[in-house]
Design a protein around this ligand. Structure first.
Ligand SMILES: [Zn+2]
Length: 161
């Protein structure tokens, strides 16, 4: 009996436990995920790539690139990717509460400059991968160095067909 309890506790620890309304989930300890549609599968795969790379999303360089990418995009006509990132950052800031997240929106020559200093970067990392359909050619060049596309192709081949 005791053995079963331990096994169940272990499984709860390593499995991506579904919660209501989710289409996927990733366990950051075991690297195991589940997903129910192609965009959430790409999202969870993004987490897996991040996990295998020892959390690229956590590196200051990744945050800096997000910030400089948005600043450059906003000066021209922002791409869909930039729009998606901005929507994510605003939603993320709201979810984390204004005190938890600093999202500075400044007016600069009549245009907005977004300078996110704190955001849930692991989620954005996975989203950028999914928004690009897991393909380097769909991803803005600035972000490509953070993703192992050879590994991504293997994962897509194995799980998303
Ligand atoms: Zn996620």
């Amino acid at each position: 009996m005791k053995k079963y309890v331990l096994v169940i506790l272990f499984l709860i620890f390593i499995l991506p436990i579904p919660s209501m309304g989710d289409n996927g989930s990733f366990n950051t300890i075991s690297g195991i995920w589940w997903c129910s549609d192609s965009s959430s599968c790409l999202h969870e795969m993004g987490h897996r790539l991040d996990w295998e790379a020892n959390w690229y999303s956590n590196k200051p360089e990744f945050r800096d690139i997000v910030s400089s990418y948005l600043t450059a995009e906003i000066k021209k006509s922002p791409s869909d990717m930039a729009g998606n990132i901005m929507v994510f950052l605003v939603a993320d800031a709201n979810q984390n509460g204004a005190s938890g997240t600093t999202l500075e929106i400044m007016t600069y020559n009549g245009t907005y400059v977004y300078n996110p200093t704190r955001f849930t970067s692991a989620e954005l990392y996975a989203n950028i991968f999914a928004w690009s359909d897991g393909k380097a050619e769909n991803m803005p060049e600035a972000f490509r160095k953070f993703y192992d596309f050879r590994r991504a192709d293997e994962l897509i081949e194995k799980y998303a067909r």
